[in-house]
Design a protein around this ligand. Structure first.
Ligand SMILES: Cc1cc2nc3c(=O)[nH]c(=O)nc-3n(C[C@H](O)[C@H](O)[C@H](O)COP(=O)(O)O)c2cc1C
Ligand code: SF4
Ligand code: SF4
Length: 316
């Protein structure tokens, strides 16, 4: 029988193997079109965000670009008409990583955008854990943009405190990321923005290369389905609900109806957007019979204040 030490050793080796990228493979986009401009004037930053992290980075990127006298629009993906994309000469897309990839609703939206031939494009993701497959999630966004004729000039991933609810909010990623984003994260965002502009001015592109790690195999699992199996209760507490409609706006699939206290489980993506945004603690979710509570409540109970970049004081 294995001793405790053997068990720990084996677990460490298996864990490390799952995390290690075993090779890099180049995405086959034969050649990009020529850049339509080397000095962009009008920039569109598109974002999707459930708990504010991605939005924070989108705003900071906007501040950096505005400080260089560029005209910037910052738009929520789901509220944006895809047709407007053709009117910009630089497009940046930001999304959180959900279930080891870019969320389905973001992918579906991007698949519908019109041709943007020659437009420089960049992608960034916000994520909650170092092994969360963030590299490939951001490449997924870039690949779709490149298939529409966009020319990739930047890609990055910014780590922050995860907003994935567990009953005690005590996963290893939660603990190790509790202090993030910090000043270094914001510097990374600024560098990402500056570097993309430099590449555009030098007519440089980046390649889209997927990391093939064993953990990639996790994406083959029906993660959302498995999670939904573990969520044994998902409804609305009528006695607490104040009818604000936030959960309806946050739900990417219109699965929740707070007025009927129902959730259409078949449509639900288990994204926790309803739970994580309800201001009245009225969304009832149980994970393996343990009550979940949302991200703002977790921050409050643990006295955590998320750092904001200093630019927000002056940049409108
Ligand atoms: C449903 C769900 C799934 C998640 N899956 C991952 C993941 O696979 N990898 C990861 O690094 N972070 C994961 N996270 C953490 C988020 O990526 C992270 O909290 C992100 O910054 C949230 O961005 P937002 O505040 O803009 O919504 C997940 C969070 C949620 C709510
Ligand atoms: S009902 Fe499901 S899909 Fe809609 S916000 Fe809640 S968890 Fe996400
Ligand atoms: S977010 Fe909460 S309070 Fe607002 S309608 Fe939904 S369940 Fe009710």
């Amino acid at each position: 029988m294995d001793t405790r030490r053997d068990f720990i050793k084996k677990s460490t080796i298996i864990g490390a193997a799952l995390c290690l990228p075993v090779s890099l493979t180049q995405e086959c986009i034969a050649a990009y079109p020529d850049l339509k401009t080397r000095s962009p004037k009008k920039v569109l930053i598109l974002w999707y965000s459930q708990t504010g992290h991605t939005y924070r980075y989108a705003k900071l990127i906007g501040c950096v670009l505005k400080s260089k006298n560029l005209e910037v629009d910052i738009c929520e993906i789901q509220e944006t008409d895809t047709k407007i994309l053709t009117g910009y000469d630089f497009i940046i897309v930001g999304s959180p990583v959900f279930y080891y990839d870019t969320p389905d609703n973001v992918i579906d939206w991007l698949e519908k955008i019109p041709a943007i031939k020659g437009t420089p494009v960049a992608a960034f993701v916000s994520f909650g854990g170092p092994e969360g497959n963030q590299h490939n999630a951001s490449c997924h966004i870039l690949k779709i943009l490149a298939n529409k004729g966009g020319v990739p000039v930047g890609r990055d991933a910014f780590r922050n405190i995860p907003s994935y609810p567990t009953p005690k909010w005590d996963s290893a990623n939660q603990k190790s990321g509790e202090h993030l984003p910090n000043a270094e994260t914001f510097n990374q965002v600024r560098r990402f923005t500056e570097d993309t502009l430099t590449r555009i001015s030098h007519n440089e592109t980046i390649s889209i290369s997927y990391e093939i790690a064993l953990r990639e195999g996790l994406r083959a699992l029906p993660l959302i389905w498995l999670n939904k199996k573990a969520i044994n209760k998902h409804s609305v507490d009528a006695s607490k609900c104040i009818g604000c409609g936030t959960c309806i706006r946050q739900c990417p699939t219109k699965a929740i109806n707070p007025f009927k206290q129902t959730v259409t489980r078949d449509n639900c993506l288990a994204c926790f957007g309803c739970l994580n945004n309800c201001p009245a603690d009225a969304v009832v979710m149980e994970y393996r019979s343990q009550r979940l509570y949302g991200f703002p409540e977790y921050l409050k109970r643990n006295n955590i204040r998320i750092m904001e970049p200093p630019e927000f004081k002056t940049c409108t």
